[in-house]
Design a protein around this ligand. Structure first.
Ligand SMILES: NC(=O)c1ccc[n+]([C@@H]2O[C@H](COP(=O)([O-])OP(=O)(O)OC[C@H]3O[C@@H](n4cnc5c(N)ncnc54)[C@H](O)[C@@H]3O)[C@@H](O)[C@H]2O)c1
Length: 395
């Protein structure tokens, strides 16, 4: 392990929603990285980032960005169609590279990134930051402690109503991110590509089980039921995925932007689009319910736990609810959201320095993208699609 006496020089590519609300605040709040350069093709976005995060060289030209003195590592936070080319350019320059999810648009693209990073001996990480969410880390601990026995089912609902009335429901400042997600034919997928990687990665991370197959159904509700044109609604906006893992564990992910449920514990939503995100794990000796708040909430998520070992005739109901009821607060991320991105950055720094790290690596990103590809194939064919066993081996 290399001990560093100075922070790692970090460049950030793409200063949109993910960078402005998560990566850059996390860099500013920690001391492992020093921001040395920014790159975006939009000068207004660069100006806004510099105004908020301080005077650093801000480029629209990739070559000039890569030539920044002291640049050791990068975060690539642009839409998925540019991940491959930008990350390859960084890796070829010998830079440790954290690519936002989905790592790329296809397994073939992921393979090129993994191979090149290996050849260049740099860290290739992927932004599966929920591993570091305090609530999810606590849940992982409860599972590891055997509190609910062997988990055999995880159900997740993660959705918003934003596409029912974008003029009113897309929050100010987030229009651009929603636009490419809905309208850009080159990004490679819709809400399944956006969200399946997160929960696939969590289940692998929590249980060590690998996905063996997926059955999925998707809908383009805006195009088929709300009267949007095919150009305005290129991709699915609702998806139901059932992922079968080794050992029999099942994940059901229900995700969309055309309507949502309400959390079983109680979520107040947020200013960034009124998302609801909750789920539950069923185990052989109990259950855990989790409820995550959106990024701009300052509150932690919540967990409710029911353990067979704690249940008696007098004590029925949930054993305990961890973390208090939330209160709505506007403003930039703090609390759990900031903590998860700080945790991810710290793990990226550990990986760069050769220390043990829980950061998701290129192989993890590849398995997630393989699942997305298989989910789309399943939706098109109406059949479960198997995942090649060779993809499931972590490295
Ligand atoms: N990990 C998470 O929880 C999470 C959350 C949100 C977004 N994301 C991911 O982050 C990425 C960015 O999403 P976003 O919502 O921030 O999008 P966004 O549209 O808000 O921001 C993207 C930025 O990248 C810039 N850009 C686009 N193409 C570029 C290129 N070729 N070169 C330089 N700059 C370019 C745009 O000008 C824009 O400023 C996506 O892959 C998305 O899936 C991840």
């Amino acid at each position: 392990m290399i001990q560093r006496s100075s922070p790692i020089g970090l460049g950030v590519i793409g200063v949109g929603m993910a960078s402005m609300t998560a990566h850059l605040p996390a860099v500013a709040a920690g001391d492992r990285f020093e921001l040395v350069a920014l790159l975006d093709r939009d000068r207004d976005m660069l100006a806004a980032a510099v105004a908020r995060f301080g005077e650093v060289p801000a480029h629209t030209d990739l070559g000039a960005f890569l030539a920044t003195p002291g640049l050791d590592a990068v975060v690539v936070a642009t839409p998925p169609d540019s991940h491959l080319d930008l990350a390859l350019a960084c890796i070829d320059r010998g830079l440790h590279t954290l690519v936002e999810k989905p790592m790329a648009r296809s397994v073939a693209e992921c393979g090129r990134l993994v191979e090149r990073a290996k050849a260049q001996r740099v860290v290739l990480a992927v932004g599966h930051e929920k591993r570091f969410h305090p609530t999810m880390a606590r849940l992982a601990q409860l599972l590891a402690d055997g509190q609910i026995g062997q988990p055999f089912y995880c159900g997740v609902h993660w959705a918003a109503s934003v596409k029912l009335d974008p003029a009113n429901l897309v929050p100010a400042g987030y229009e651009r991110g929603y636009r490419w997600r809905w309208e850009d034919p080159s990004v490679g997928g819709g809400i399944v590509q956006d969200h399946l990687p997160h929960y696939l990665d969590l289940l692998r991370h929590w249980t060590g089980s690998e996905p063996e197959g997926v059955y999925a159904r998707t809908m383009n509700v805006a195009r088929d039921r709300l009267g949007w044109s095919a150009e305005a609604s290129q991709w699915e906006d609702f998806g139901l995925c059932v992922v079968r893992f080794g050992g029999g564990l099942l994940l059901r992910l229900e995700t969309g932007v055309v309507g949502r449920s309400i959390s079983p514990i109680w979520s107040l939503g947020s200013g960034s689009g009124e998302w609801t995100e909750y789920g539950y794990l069923l185990g052989t000796r109990g259950q855990i319910v989790f409820d995550l708040l959106p990024w701009d909430s300052s509150e932690n998520g919540r967990l409710a736990v029911w353990r067979l070992d704690a249940a008696t005739r007098d004590q029925i109901g949930w054993s305990y609810v961890e973390q208090p009821e939330p209160s709505r607060r506007a403003g930039p991320p703090s609390g759990a959201s900031l903590a998860m991105f700080q945790g991810q950055l710290a793990a990226f720094a550990d990986a760069i320095e050769g220390a043990p790290s829980a950061i998701a690596r290129g192989r993890d990103g590849t398995v997630a993208v393989a699942l997305v590809e298989a989910a789309y194939e399943s939706s098109a064919t109406g059949r479960e699609v198997e995942i090649p066993a060779s993809l499931g081996v972590s490295s």
